[in-house]
Design a protein around this ligand. Structure first.
Ligand code: AMP
Ligand code: TRP
Length: 328
């Protein structure tokens, strides 16, 4: 069975971009392999986040993932910082990566831009991400399009390490959905919908009630002209709505465009489709929110299992670079 691994930051409310770009796919394919899904709390420390907020968001993210359909009897759901092998392997990989290749990462440049002081962890962020993946011998990594470059780096580091020290790591592959891989902000359709930077009206949370979804879709920024056509370059607003409709109901954005003669009609259908798509998720989230003890127990079980898988891979990497074996 193929080993599947992916991660998500607990830095904000899970939104429709997370759902369509990543989490829906995680739920749909969790039984196709031996799947591990990780709440990457250490990654959240690369930007400013209050301790209480990090704690609360970590639990919320677990609830969101379970609500979105992850089944703890089928996959392994756990918290990154509970498995110390991730950070230990990060050091070995930091000594494999170069400063130049980390500095060139698009997300580092975007997130660091305009900040007076950039945390060193923001630079090494993709190395920790590579360690997350490599420490489980993961073969498939389902992510949204924004993680493509980080995945390429993980592959480069695995291959470089293997060349330098002998075959140690599996070289992972990104799995990116054809539609929904890049959901844009409804108010600024040239920017991706994001937990940290998006506008409140431009982001649809997985937990938004129906009337909120309808309101946000109605207020979505559209483009000049009034013909409904799929062209992300010249009509980013309408194209994003068509992508959302396609991702929620099937079909292709260009084909769906042909069925509409007005923006209003399209917006009504997008809102209806999203309300229907998210209703069961929202219902399950409400149930789990009433039972945090169960959620913590799921995470504990997941961390225990993950730890058992990571230990032998880390030992393999330690031996490969020439670190003396630790005596029990
Ligand atoms: P993050 O919230 O940045 O930890 O991302 C968690 C997962 O959601 C990753 O696989 C991302 O690629 C995916 N993702 C985040 N934002 C979007 C978006 N706007 N559209 C599609 N996928 C996204
Ligand atoms: N960097 C990813 C994001 O922001 C989250 C992440 C951390 C991840 N480690 C990972 C995704 C390992 C896939 C595999 O979306």
């Amino acid at each position: 069975m193929a080993r599947i691994f992916s991660g998500i930051q607990p830095s904000g409310t899970l939104h429709v971009g997370n759902y369509l770009g990543a989490v829906r796919q995680w739920a749909a394919t969790q039984a196709d392999g031996d799947a591990l899904y990780c709440i990457v709390d250490l990654h959240a420390l690369t930007l400013d986040i209050a301790p209480d907020e990090l704690r609360a968001r970590t639990l919320d993210t677990a609830i969101g993932l379970l609500g979105a359909g992850l089944d703890p009897d089928v996959c392994t759901l756990f918290v990154q910082s509970h498995v110390p092998e991730h950070t230990e392997l990060t050091w070995l990989l930091e000594c494999t990566a170069s400063y130049g290749e980390l500095r060139r990462m698009t997300q580092f440049k975007e997130k660091g831009a305009g900040q007076e002081s950039v945390r060193a962890g923001l630079l090494t962020y993709p190395v920790l991400m590579a360690a997350d993946i490599l420490v489980y011998d993961a073969e498939h990594v389902p992510v949204g399009d924004d993680q493509r470059q980080h995945l390429e780096l993980a592959r480069t580091l695995a291959a470089r390490f293997n060349t330098r020290y002998g075959d140690t790591f599996v070289v992972p592959e990104a799995v990116i959905p054809a539609i929904g891989a890049r959901v844009m902000d409804l108010q600024q359709p040239t920017r991706k919908m994001s937990k940290s930077t998006a506008t409140p009206l431009g982001t649809i949370a997985m937990t938004d009630p129906p009337e909120e979804i309808v309101r946000k879709v109605r207020k979505a920024v559209t483009d000049v002209g009034n013909d409904v056509a799929y062209d992300p370059d010249t009509k980013p607003g309408i194209s994003n709505l068509l992508e959302l409709l396609a991702a929620a109901t099937g079909g292709s954005p260009a084909q769906l465009a042909a069925g509409y003669s007005s923006y209003g009609q399209l917006k009504n259908d997008v809102a209806d489709a999203l309300v229907e798509l998210l209703a069961p998720v929202r219902r399950r989230i409400a149930e789990l929110e009433a039972d945090p003890g169960t959620v913590h127990a799921i995470l504990d079980k997941g961390s225990h299992k993950a730890h058992g898988l990571a230990t032998p891979v880390l030992d393999r990497a330690r031996a490969a670079v020439g670190l003396t074996a630790r005596r029990p």
